[in-house]
Design a binder for this molecule. Sequence first.
Ligand code: ZN
Length: 380
Amino acid sequence: MRVFEELINQERIISILVEAITASKDNENSTQGMTHAWLFTGPPGSGRSNAALAFAAGLVCKNNGCNECTDCKTAIKGSHADVELIATEGLSIKIGEIRELITRASWSPSVGNYRVVVIEDADRLTESAASALLKAIEEPGLRTVWLLCAPSTTDVLPTIRSRTRSLVLRTPSTSAVAALLERENISPKMAEFAARASQGHIGRARYLALNGVARSRREAILKISLLITDVASAFKAAQVLVEAAKTEAEEDAEKRDGVELASLKEAWGQQGSKLTQGGSKAVKELEKEQKSRTTRMVRDYLDRALLDIATLYRDILLVQSNSHDSIINGDLLGEITELASKTTPEATLRKLESIMSARNNLSHNAAPLLTIEALMVSLK
Ligand SMILES: [Zn+2]
């Protein structure tokens, strides 16, 4: 099925989905292979929501996921009348949203056999939203299919997990990501660099390959960490990194927050500076949501920066074990070789571990500046 062409290195998952789509169209034998609730998990960038949307397209397409008809094209974008894509930029998906969704999901499909709901960040459902969703999954409509996506199976309630069929995507190989980018007319050299630098994260690889600013930002981050020699420079590096993360998140927030606020006020029929009581409550809620989104963006930025810094130490380790073949940051080879000669592979491994544990701490809401400071000191 051509609809799965973009899904690289996931042959096992694709064969399960193809079987389900085929079974769903076979009226005699409709229960084999097809079920109404699925859970797509896999590391960031492995393509879990792309897999879910391609599956949705296959279910609503009349030609078995041809990837060419209007049904396929609109389903993949999440704009098909029978495919609903729930993507959130905030920290959580609330119960109100899920209740409305459940009502819409129960309508009969307008063109095809199914109404498909794709929830991109099922790990961000609040507890009450998750319980509401569980009820809907436990008593499914015959024509509704739920596709949930999350980083790992432990990110969703066990009760939801047990009601879904689980599919675990793997991180695609560097060469597979590079080949995909080359198909998109990116030069082989750039494709190879971006695939390595992003370590199998397809979206990040594409972004790096196409965006000069992103590449220079990445280079600046690596140079900062190369300059750490003592405690003072470690603290300085941490400060620069966290400030850069905040600036980027705030610039982005400024662009979006104002527009969102204006359209919300308009929706509540603001006249002059007066808003109805319901309107002011909605504005307060939006402002809270926007603040939490900015906080999350700072953490996301820092996480990306730490992944980039990790590639530097991965390279140092490669040089220390006399293997130059798959070096990611070839342009910094001089600095990398020098650092490699000054330390041991054991010390480099310890630094890589510190980077990973700092990422873990950040994902559990540790204070950004303190976390990065502690990390930078351990990298000196
Ligand atoms: Zn099609």
